[in-house]
Write a protein that binds this ligand. Structure first.
Ligand code: ATP
Length: 228
């Protein structure tokens, strides 16, 4: 579904991502792990069209989408839940969700809203509350639900558990498990390597802007050299 080949992205003269290659197959849950500053966010943002790569290519469902705009990518089925959520704090939960479904027909949007209310009971209870009043865990669920409203073929999430209390980290990972059961394809950046390796089919380890290892959770957990 997604093929990233030799992707290099620079901030000025500095290459934050170098020659990164990865694939995501339909229905797979793929983790991107690595220490702070490894280039994980840069990789996700380069795929999602928020950053322009200096070299390499991104292919999505067989089409070359390298350098495409985020809007075009969203319409073709690639959605991103960005770091720090970026929900609209002055708007209600419902309004945030409607914006997420902007690429869909009004009828589809209405039935998707019902589905989100079912999948996220916490949000259903705060439907008309301004998003700025949500707790961190609720806001993260809203950010994920908003991205799901576009019915993405591939959903990318940047650090979904960042800043959450342990009990809410559990909520996020159980949501990831539910989405996996439903057949969603997910590419997830996580600091919490242990949890991500448990939740994913495969993972890629980044360090200093490069992919240094890839494999299943079981394979990578045995690599002591990667997690010092
Ligand atoms: P974190 O978990 O801290 O977000 P990360 O693995 O996602 O880490 P990136 O945010 O992609 O890493 O950062 C990779 C490198 O690029 C780091 O050295 C960072 O300092 C640098 N960097 C990130 N954003 C910018 C920017 N806007 N301008 C200049 N350098 C940047």
């Amino acid at each position: 579904m997604l093929e990233v080949s030799g992707l290099t992205t620079k901030y000025g003269a500095i290459s934050a991502l170098r020659d990164a290659t990865l694939t995501v197959g339909s229905g797979e849950v793929i983790g991107l792990i690595g220490p702070n500053g490894a280039g994980k966010t840069t990789l996700l943002n380069s795929i999602a069209g928020l950053l322009s790569p200096a070299a390499g290519s991104v292919s999505f469902n067989g089409a070359d989408v390298t350098g495409s705009s985020p809007e075009k990518l969203l319409r073709s089925g690639l959605a991103l839940v960005p770091e720090h959520r970026r929900i609209f704090t002055d708007m209600t939960v419902e309004e945030n969700l409607k914006i997420g479904g902007i690429t869909r027909s009004a009828a589809d949007r209405t039935s998707d809203l019902d589905e989100m209310a079912e999948l996220f009971p916490v949000l259903r209870d705060k439907w008309t509350t301004a998003a700025g009043f949500l707790s961190g865990g609720e806001a993260q669920q809203l950010a994920i639900a908003r991205a799901l409203m576009s019915r993405p073929k591939l959903l990318m999430m940047d650090e979904p558990s960042l800043g959450l209390a342990p009990i809410l980290v559990d909520v996020v990972f159980s949501l990831i498990a539910t989405l996996k059961e439903q057949g969603c394809t997910l590419l997830i950046v996580e600091q919490n390597a242990t949890r991500m390796l448990e939740a994913s089919d495969r993972a890629y380890v980044l360090r200093s802007g490069e992919v240094v290892a890839t494999g299943t959770g079981a394979e990578l957990r045995g690599r002591d050299d990667l997690f010092d």
